[in-house]
Design a protein around this ligand. Structure first.
Ligand SMILES: [Zn+2]
Length: 366
């Protein structure tokens, strides 16, 4: 390669990195705002999460600003999480790798894909959900990308690529759904029969609540890993604010309680108490968000990536689970996001899938 070509290549590599850092800065906004249902483009400008002051654009240069301000807000001096810097750097590096690995049309599609993975991962770690904007939106983007760049589905026919992409998305959803249902059958809920009828209280505390059953004391949010999780109390008697009931089952979701056919938002209640005989608490399980997330991975990477992501994700998830168990940091097992592990599987497939397939087929057909 002569010098001018090498120069161009370096220029474009640098550009890919800078674009990645800038996109990473936007992803930070998504990670912060999506789970709170705030708009990602209103207000237009970033603001300090602590003092809410707008951050002027010269203090909002990806990577550079965080380093210069030493991770503090220039206005109020409060710490700005290292996450902001980490997300920008990670996005920049992944954009560069994708750019080096793939032809430019595919690279641009995969830039979108890794952006989705990053947002999903960081939101899931913090909030134990993956918003529909990322999962359903990502699935649609994957199918559209396959139409525009059929090479994503290893073909040069547009409609074949679209069908393959859509079917891979469906496969992702269905396979994980089967795993999820089987898991529920196997582990399901944890039923706890109390030795004797035991008093319990639920007391609002800001956005959360204190939940006490006999000697057991915990934060309400700790019992719920997923939107679909249910905590059921079989009560001898229950008092909701000033309403008295006897011999009822209270079926709680994180934010509401069902009593018979009636549903009451927990927002409207200050205190629930009573006497409980038996309770059912949710076990760690994947939520619907994970199913839709795997669909998005399938739409971008195809059906083999779906199977690989489940395999690699479960493997890594078990290793991490085992490690935290050994270290003893795992107090409550309900909170274990699966999204980040699926993202790990998808990312591994993106860069090493072809190599793995070659190695695998070579292994069995030498
Ligand atoms: Zn501030």
């Amino acid at each position: 390669m002569d010098n001018s070509l090498a120069g161009y290549e370096l220029l474009f590599d640098g550009l890919a990195f800078v674009v990645g850092a800038a996109v990473g800065s936007f992803l930070n906004v998504c990670i912060y705002r999506l789970p709170l249902d705030l708009s990602v483009n209103k207000p237009r400008w970033s603001f300090c999460p602590s003092c809410k002051k707008e951050i002027p654009f010269h203090q909002n240069i990806p990577l550079v600003s965080w380093l210069f301000l030493r991770g503090r807000c220039a206005n109020c001096g409060s710490r700005i999480a290292f996450r902001y810097f980490a997300v920008e750097l990670l996005t920049a590096l992944l954009f560069l790798c994708v750019w080096k690995f793939f032809p430019w049309q595919m690279a641009i599609a995969y830039w979108v894909f890794v952006s989705l993975l990053i947002v999903a991962t960081f939101i899931d770690f913090e909030h134990f959900i993956i918003p529909d904007e990322i999962t359903i939106g990502g699935t649609v983007l994957g199918v559209v990308a396959s139409f525009l760049v059929p090479a994503l589905m290893a073909t040069d026919e547009r409609w074949r690529a679209v069908v393959t992409s859509a079917l891979s998305a469906v496969l992702g959803y269905v396979v994980l759904w089967v795993v999820l249902e089987a898991g529920k059958k196997a582990f399901g809920k944890k039923r706890i029969k109390l030795e004797a009828p035991t008093p319990f209280t639920w007391t609002r505390k800001g956005d959360d609540a204190d939940f006490v059953v006999g000697e057991e004391q915990g934060l309400w949010s700790d019992y719920f890993a997923r939107e679909s999780d249910q905590l059921i109390l079989h009560c001898d008697e229950a008092i909701l604010d000033d309403r008295q009931l006897s011999g009822v089952d209270l079926r709680f979701h994180y934010d509401r309680v069902k009593i018979g056919g009636e549903e009451v938002a927990l927002d409207t209640l200050g205190r629930i108490s009573g006497v409980v005989r038996e309770l059912e608490i949710p076990r760690e399980a994947m939520g619907r968000g994970d199913l839709k997330f795997l669909a998005a991975i399938g739409a971008f990477l195809g059906w083999r990536a779906v199977l690989f992501s489940i395999f690699a994700g479960s493997l890594l998830g078990s290793l991490v689970g085992l490690a935290t168990l050994v270290i003893g940091k795992r107090v409550w097992s309900a909170k274990l996001p699966f999204g980040p592990y699926l993202a790990f599987g998808g990312l591994t497939w993106l860069f090493f899938g072809e190599t793995l397939v070659r190695w695998y087929t070579g292994f069995f057909n030498p």
